[in-house]
Design a protein around this ligand. Structure first.
Ligand SMILES: Nc1ncnc2c1ncn2[C@@H]1O[C@H](COP(=O)(O)OP(=O)(O)OP(=O)(O)O)[C@@H](O)[C@H]1O
Length: 605
């Protein structure tokens, strides 16, 4: 029944790493290219685009009807992604109907239900926050309800790129199947392996939601685990483009290698995401049957997944990112009558730690309650913060990209992105944490001049992002010099209270993350180190006489050997399994005072 673990990748056709906007013209089958920009005219009435990539023929689907909310009307509810089709009239079981709390199917649910119920493989693209989770769960559960299933086997596997998202999907599945004789469970990293193996094997769930790493771990190391999948009927890839990119490729190959060979068994594959590049469409074919349908609820000429979310940009030096962030958080509170719920997305976990610690030291009442989620936190702490932020009416979540995709935090009013987003897809997914299920919300990206190339990106430049004005403008955030200066003074007060350890970690994280974008930033290695050192002094408020230490091995890995201006140390590593390790200083120039070259506050142009 089981195929041997394959040594060649099902994705082997693609041998190079994925870069955003690097469309291949030779490696993938011809596919319809989307235009670089789209006109911002309102959406015409008519069905969403539903295309079969295999045949490239247009197909019809139930039609949602409504115009998008105007950009400057933040409080109006956007009904444009709901269809006229009602769950009560849908060809689904009473058990499922009882588990669904909504009245109308959303666009994506209406456009995919019949195809998915027929058992076809699907690749689906729909805007963030439009109900993709139910769009894959409902038809899959309905199909399972009609099948003869082998006892004590997992029939449906949902793969999620993050642990928090896996738990959220599990919760939604739990509600949906409340009246079915099914159980749902999860297998995610950061939890006890033995306990989760015991839970799953002793009482195998019909539906398993898993993160790839932990699933591979179980398949490889938990005796008998692989046999649970011998009757697998449906596999779902949520955030499919993320799961199919380089970061997860190895795990996915291993997982598919352990599952029954899809050419020999009948198994439905459902791939969903808000962003599906042409490149991903090519790769996805490896996971889909030849007759699969590509369903997009975006119009053929629409690349803008977020025209209903007003987005603004602010170009200020790195040294003012924290102050600008603080000022917008305070403005959001005023705009929402004191009830503001914002998320700050930062490039790395360590920068999240720095922002969290710095903002925590503001006088009580300056901001609503702060929450922090990133990969350096323990899993229980991550889950607790996510749950609490979900349930809060107001608050500020400071997060790395672990919550950028799929997380459904109700009522988020503002998404702030200080610092270069990793790519246009991630920008869109982060922004998608607001304005969900027809609600309204705003987004602001804060960039240094060196990072401003991001706004000229092919996709980003089509999103209608407008610069933050200095003067108050109805329906927009603004920032004038005086407000920025006030916020800057507030941040200066808190920086001395942030620990040296946190600052050192943030400094090294800055070097690491901007090292990978050197080419786009048009920085030499010297420019990078100079920017990081300036960041340490002017942004982190580094006051030690010497710059933060950096391990010589890290310097090697970053290819920064020989660059002046680094405080290189050699960390003596203790033998494996023993704690400790102390830095030994190496010769080099490392005086922090040399990097206080700019005035920490520069007036806006
Ligand atoms: N038919 C519906 N009517 C009203 N609300 C719905 C409907 N379907 C789902 N929702 C709600 O919409 C919100 C967003 O749904 P969901 O998280 O599935 O979005 P998504 O498209 O998967 O978003 P993302 O792209 O961020 O992963 C949830 O709160 C969900 O309960």
């Amino acid at each position: 029944m089981f195929s041997a673990v394959k040594t060649t990748s099902i994705f082997a056709r693609v041998s190079r790493p994925l870069h955003y906007h690097s469309f291949s013209t030779s490696m993938f089958p011809a596919a319809t290219k989307m235009p670089a920009t789209r006109s911002r005219r309102s959406r015409p009435k008519g069905p969403p685009a539903v295309r079969s990539m295999a045949s490239n023929a247009a197909a019809t689907a139930p039609a949602p009807q409504a115009a998008p909310a105007p950009a400057a009307a933040p409080s109006s509810r956007d009904e444009s992604h709901f269809s006229a089709r009602r769950f009560a009239d849908a060809p689904i079981s009473e058990a499922s109907k009882k588990g669904i709390k909504h009245e109308h199917l959303s666009d994506v649910q209406a456009a995919t239900l019949d195809y998915a119920l027929s058992g076809l493989d699907l690749l689906v693209q729909a805007k963030t926050g439009t109900g993709k989770t139910l769009a894959f769960l409902l038809p899959a559960v309905e199909r399972l309800a009609k099948m003869e299933l082998v006892n004590r086997k997992i029939s449906m596997l949902v793969l999620s790129p993050t642990r928090e998202l896996a738990l959220q999907i599990e919760e939604e599945a739990h509600t949906l199947i409340a009246n079915h004789p099914f159980k749902v469970s999860h297998a995610i990293g950061g939890t006890n392996m033995n306990a989760s193996a015991k839970r799953i094997q002793e009482n195998p769930p019909r539906i398993l939601i898993a993160t790839p790493g932990r699933l591979v771990d179980h398949l490889e190391n938990t005796p008998g685990f692989v046999h649970l999948f011998s009757d697998l009927k449906v596999i779902v890839y949520d955030e499919a483009d993320r799961l199919l990119d380089q970061g997860f490729r190895r795990e996915l190959d291993k997982i598919l290698g352990y599952l029954p060979d899809k050419t020999k068994v009948k198994r439905q594959a459902l791939l969903f995401s808000a962003t599906v590049s042409e490149e991903i469409k090519g790769i996805a074919k490896g996971a889909l049957a030849a007759n699969y349908k590509f369903v997009s609820t975006l119009r053929a000429d629409e690349i803008n997944t977020h025209e209903h979310v007003p987005q603004q940009s602010m170009i200020v030096p790195f040294s003012q990112h924290l102050a600008a962030t603080l000022s917008f958080l305070q403005q959001d509170r005023v705009l929402h009558n004191g009830i503001s719920k914002a998320i700050i997305f930062l490039p790395t976990a360590r920068l999240v730690g720095f922002y969290y610690e710095a903002l925590s030291h503001l006088p009580q009442g300056t901001l609503p309650k702060l929450f922090e989620i990133h990969s350096r936190k323990s899993q229980p702490a991550r889950i607790k913060a996510a749950d609490q932020f979900k349930d809060s009416r107001e608050g500020v979540l400071i997060s790395s990209d672990v919550t950028a995709r799929g997380m459904d935090f109700p009522g988020v009013t503002l998404i702030l992105q200080p610092g270069l987003p990793p790519n246009s897809e991630q920008y869109i997914h982060r922004l998608g944490r607001t304005a969900r299920a027809g609600a309204s919300g705003r987004g602001i990206v804060i960039l240094d001049q060196a990072e401003s190339f991001f706004l000229r990106d092919k996709t980003i430049s089509g999103l209608g992002i407008t610069p933050i004005p200095q003067v108050a403008t109805p329906g927009l955030y603004h920032l004038n010099d005086a407000d920025l200066q006030t916020a800057f003074a507030q941040t200066q007060q808190v920086l001395p209270h942030v620990s040296t350890e946190t600052k050192g970690q943030a400094y090294r994280a800055f070097l690491g993350v901007y090292n990978t974008s050197q080419k786009s930033l048009r920085w030499t290695r010297d420019d990078l180190v100079a920017a990081a050192n300036e960041f340490a002094v002017t942004t982190l408020g580094w006051t030690e006489p010497e710059l933060p230490e950096i391990d010589k091995r890290t310097i090697g890995k970053m290819n920064l050997k020989g660059v002046q201006g680094l405080n290189i140390v050699s960390i003596e590593r203790p033998p494996r399994g023993q704690p400790g390790g102390s830095p030994v200083a190496l010769p080099g120039d490392r005086l922090a005072s040399e990097y206080c070259t700019v005035a920490p506050y520069i007036l806006l142009p």
